[in-house]
Write a protein that binds this ligand. Structure first.
Ligand SMILES: Nc1ncnc2c1ncn2[C@@H]1O[C@H](COP(=O)(O)OP(=O)(O)O)[C@@H](O)[C@H]1O
Ligand SMILES: [Mg+2]
Length: 578
């Protein structure tokens, strides 16, 4: 993306809306410029009338005007800044909201490739850089340019020859900041990358803390943490140092300017072309000009940082999804709930070769069908294709003879419940976790589902019952408890199609039978596809498909398969929990 395109985009989507506030801030900036310039200008009458001419009539008025000038400067500065701070925070929020919205609707395939840590770093680090460009930089641009113009006017009014002599120095400062600006852009990109690695690493530390303890890799992780942190430190140090590298340049330039000024003033005074009062007012204006010149010369760097951050954020916001409704999509109408896979081919973007190879499957409406096969054979992939987490490359999936690719996504997903192996819960109350399936459900419905899924018994033992917070990903519950909650959640949905990735975790037989019971209620008269690991599930199935290496190799009932399929027999003997 070109710099100009990025800027145009930032203006159109983020800044334009706040143009009124920005104009207000510019108006306050005008006041800042006027009051700052008046401070310098007032020294002229102060010295001339009060000190040289000893005019007592102005002895109160001039000090009073100085107070007014400073007070006006203070208040208008405050108002200009606070207006832009609120604009900046609004823009920041809008950018972050857009990023998160885009994340929520992103295709599973794209999320698979992303790391949460990188995203978090984009959301905080990069967004701050952009906000800084859109608020601080805009403010600096107006406020300091106007102030500089005001002060230069005072300088010219006091003595144009002196003024000309001193502004020759300004372009020098500009050139040095341009060179430094390029460097800032490069280092900022590197620092962002490092900060991304760090957040990624921290997310993993949290997730894998038991692993670290059991393999006793604390020292290794300490070193890795230190490595990530020192990389980040190096980059941050570089950025900060590039910024302060302006100081010696600016101080030297100021020194040279003042030296030239004094030298030249001495000549002008000796020729009677300059009075002492003009000199002091001029000197004050020049000193006051130091801050705006400095701010303006670092503007280039803030600009570069902001642009390089925006070039990373805009693509995230613009992420195009390939899984979406066709223009002519129709709502899915379920009658029997019969699902068919027709010559379906599928491969994951990041994998070589096909994961599902021209498969044909038929799942009868209202009945349970099992998928069995070794791990990695493609069973979970088959389930994932039905709610369109991924789209097949060729072939078709139909539900009651309607292609799922031609129905609209929301009606499709509305009709499907999914209980996966990794029971995923939110760090919220049990009540909210169960209600997640149905926003406007009553508490009674939740109690009903909890009862049917055998959750009630353990929920009632918890100190806060349904209001118990379950911790990040349910850390405060046992595996079997989490699973029962996710079954209760699926029950709330009452959808005609149920997809189950049956857990392999060996639960105690009592919990196991409770889960079986809960699943039986959940799947009653529903079109159910289950990745089966238990004999009881298999015996309850109307049909079983044996999947091997992305192919459907056999199908039939348990008895038939035992007789005709060696693969199934072998599988049954070794893998099925009886
Ligand atoms: N999200 C994914 N991205 C890329 N490859 C995947 C993904 N999920 C699974 N696979 C690969 O697809 C194949 C089938 O996986 P899966 O359907 O999960 O098998 P099963 O559920 O039968 O154990 C495996 O080789 C696996 O590595
Ligand atoms: Mg699986």
């Amino acid at each position: 993306m070109l710099k100009s395109e990025i800027l145009k985009r930032l203006y159109k989507d983020y800044t334009k809306k706040f143009i009124n506030k920005i104009i207000l801030s510019v108006l306050f900036s005008v006041l800042v410029a006027i009051s700052t310039s008046s401070i310098a200008w007032l020294l002229d009458p102060a010295i001339k009338k009060l000190f040289i001419e000893k005019d007592r009539s102005l002895i109160l008025i001039i000090p009073f005007l100085i107070i007014i000038a400073f007070t006006t400067k203070g208040f208008s500065l405050y108002l200009a800044k606070s207006t832009m701070i609120s604009v900046g925070e609004e823009i920041k929020k809008k950018l972050q909201v857009n990023m998160v919205h885009s994340l929520i609707k992103t295709d599973t395939q794209i999320i698979d490739k992303k790391h949460s840590g990188k995203f978090i770093s984009n959301l905080t680090y990069d967004v701050n850089q952009i906000t800084s460009l859109l608020s601080n930089a805009i403010l600096t641009l107006f406020k300091d340019t106007l102030t500089l113009i005001g002060l230069l006017s005072v300088m010219f009014l006091q003595n144009w020859k002196l003024a000309l002599a001193s502004i020759i120095m300004i372009p020098l400062a500009g050139i040095s900041s341009k060179i430094l600006g390029k460097r800032v852009r490069k280092v900022t990109t590197e620092a962002q990358e490092k900060s991304g690695y760090l957040t990624t690493y921290l997310v993993e530390l949290f997730k894998n803390h038991k692993l670290i303890k059991i393999f006793q890799r604390e020292n290794y992780e300490n070193e890795r943490a230190e490595h990530h942190l020192s990389e980040l430190k190096n980059k941050n140090k570089k950025i900060a140092i590039v910024f302060v590298r302006m100081s010696p340049v600016m101080e030297t330039l100021t020194g040279i300017m003042i030296a030239i000024l004094i030298f030249y003033s001495a000549i002008l005074i000796s020729k009677n072309e300059l009075d002492i009062n003009n000199f002091f007012s001029f000197l004050a204006a020049m000193m006051l000009a130091y801050q705006p010149v400095r701010a303006l010369s670092t503007l280039n760097m803030v600009y570069n940082q902001g642009i390089s951050a925006a070039s990373r954020i805009i693509p995230i916001i613009d992420q195009k999804n390939s899984i979406k409704d066709l223009p002519a999509s129709r709502p899915l109408k379920i009658s029997k709930g019969e699902i068919k896979f027709e010559n379906l081919n599928f491969s994951y973007e990041i994998n070589e070769g096909k994961t599902l190879k021209s498969i044909n499957l038929e799942f009868l409406g209202g009945k349970m069908t099992s998928l069995v096969g070794h791990s990695g054979s493609g069973k979970s992939t088959i389930l994932n294709l039905i709610p369109r987490f991924y789209d097949a490359q060729s072939g078709n999936i139909t539900i009651d003879n309607q292609s799922i690719y031609e129905t609209n996504l929301s009606t499709l997903r509305h009709n499907i419940s999914l209980v996966t192996q990794e029971t995923t819960l939110f760090d919220d109350t049990i009540m909210k976790n169960i209600k997640y399936a149905k926003e406007n459900a009553s508490d009674e419905e939740v109690y009903e589902a909890a009862k049917l899924s055998h959750c009630e018994e353990f929920i009632n033992k918890l100190p806060n019952g349904y209001q118990t917070l379950i911790g990040e990903n349910g850390v405060r519950l046992s595996g079997g408890e989490k699973q029962r909650i996710s079954i209760a959640r699926a029950m709330m949905k009452k959808s005609p199609i149920v997809l189950l990735d049956e857990a392999t975790s060996s639960l105690d037989s009592e919990t196991e039978s409770k889960i079986q019971n809960a699943l039986k209620i959940l799947t009653k008269n529903k079109t159910t596809i289950v990745i089966a690991h238990r004999l009881s599930t298999i015996l309850n199935s109307n049909n079983i498909y044996v999947i091997d290496n992305g192919n459907v190799v056999e199908s039939g009932t348990h008895e038939i398969l035992l007789k005709k399929s060696d693969l199934y027999k072998n599988f049954y003997e070794k893998q099925i929990q009886k």
